[in-house]
Ligand binder design. Structure first.
Ligand code: B12
Length: 302
């Protein structure tokens, strides 16, 4: 988990629904969390600090007293999810890292049965979103690097995408709360085939109480139009992983998406999104790039 401090207390209060006074009180009483201090002495929380606060809130909602919750959170955040023996001659690996290695080994050997089994095993390591961030995401990134280096074939990449894609779709379905009412419509921009990142966004949305609808790859503005009236989403998310094809004007493209979305707010994210931030914002959308924490704040806003 990202240990670098970067959130001010107000942002953490907004992200967790707590008052800044409660955050300070928990810090004073239980040392949870212990944020770093900026140059002028203000508190700077890391992603880990934020997760600790969220865990305190979740335990509180289940009726656990704050002092008891504090003990539990301290213990949970002190150790990896599963104590794993250190491989000889190597640094101790967390259960998440071990899981990534196992998945990559199965991919290397193109052993789909093992891959499916290891994916299922990974799901026991924590909540769906945590497993996605800690295991599936790093595995996918490493897979891409190996493909680029020529040590993994397109077939291995496709097979992995199938297994993870199916798993992620199932997770999104399982995590979506039956009473979720806020609708999140997700699509890849025109020509974009990378649907897996969008499934990650859907999983975070479902985890935070949204009802995601994933249209998937290659969704040009007119294709989006057809479903928008039917789904009536509260938010539209567009994903862009690789650069737009030559000859496709970003300004024209995002203006067309804006026209289709009408009054519905729309956001754009993904690896290649920052390159189009100006065009997105000029058309009235919001570009979040790869910043999952910014996405979380958008999804948690009332
Ligand atoms: C799986 C994969 C494929 C699969 C996709 C299958 C599928 N159903 O999705 C297939 C085989 C189809 C494929 C095709 C190609 N791919 Co490919 N692929 C990947 C791989 C390995 C994983 C993608 C992934 O899931 N990443 C992990 C996710 C979690 O990370 P992420 O994309 O950053 O997403 C997060 C955030 O960005 C954000 N986010 C994403 N979308 C959105 C949307 C909103 C609204 C918001 C707010 C946030 C947000 O949230 C996500 C969750 O945390 C990547 C490697 C990589 N580093 O990503 C290469 C990669 C993206 N592919 C690459 C390439 C080159 C290609 C191809 C051109 C060639 C090829 N490999 O066959 C084609 C192009 C197809 C096309 N026109 O789109 C390159 C791109 C390099 C570049 N310069 O842009 C990469 C980086 C591999 C590499 N290291 O070189 N690919």
């Amino acid at each position: 988990m990202e240990p670098t401090p970067r959130f001010r207390i107000q942002a953490v209060a907004e992200a967790t629904g707590l008052s800044t006074a409660t955050l300070r009180a928990w810090e004073r009483r239980y040392g949870i969390p212990s944020p770093a201090r900026g140059d002028s002495g203000y508190r700077l929380y890391s992603q880990r600090d934020l997760e600790m606060v969220r865990r305190m809130v979740a335990l509180g909602e289940r009726g656990v007293a704050p002092s008891e919750a504090a003990h539990q959170v301290t213990a949970e955040f002190a150790a990896p999810a599963v104590a794993a023996p250190a491989p000889p001659g190597d640094l101790p690996a967390s259960a998440f890292e071990q899981s990534c290695r196992r998945l990559l080994r199965a991919i290397e050997h193109a052993d789909l049965e093992r891959l499916e089994r290891y994916v299922q095993d990974a799901l026991t390591l924590g909540p769906a979103w945590t497993v996605y961030r800690q295991v599936f995401e790093p595995t996918l990134i490493e897979l891409g690097d190996r493909w680029a280096a020529g040590t993994v074939s397109v077939g291995q990449e496709h097979a992995t995408s199938q297994v993870l894609g199916t798993t992620l779709r199932n997770l999104v379905r399982l995590v979506t709360r039956p009473k979720a009412t806020r609708r999140l419509l997700l699509a890849c921009v025109t020509e974009e085939q990378h649907e897996l990142p969008l499934l990650g966004v859907a999983l975070l949305g479902a985890t935070l109480g949204w009802r995601p609808y994933v249209l998937g790859s290659r969704t040009p503005p007119d294709a989006l139009q057809g479903v928008l009236t039917q789904f009536q989403p509260d938010l539209v998310g567009l994903s862009i992983t690789i650069a737009l094809p030559d000859g496709l004007e970003p300004e024209a493209l995002f203006t067309a998406y804006a026209a289709v979305c009408g009054d519905v707010p729309w956001i754009v994210g993904g690896r290649a999104a920052p390159a189009y931030a100006d065009a997105v914002e000029a058309a009235g959308g919001r570009c979040l790039g790869q910043d999952v924490e910014a996405l979380r704040l958008v999804l948690e806003a009332p």
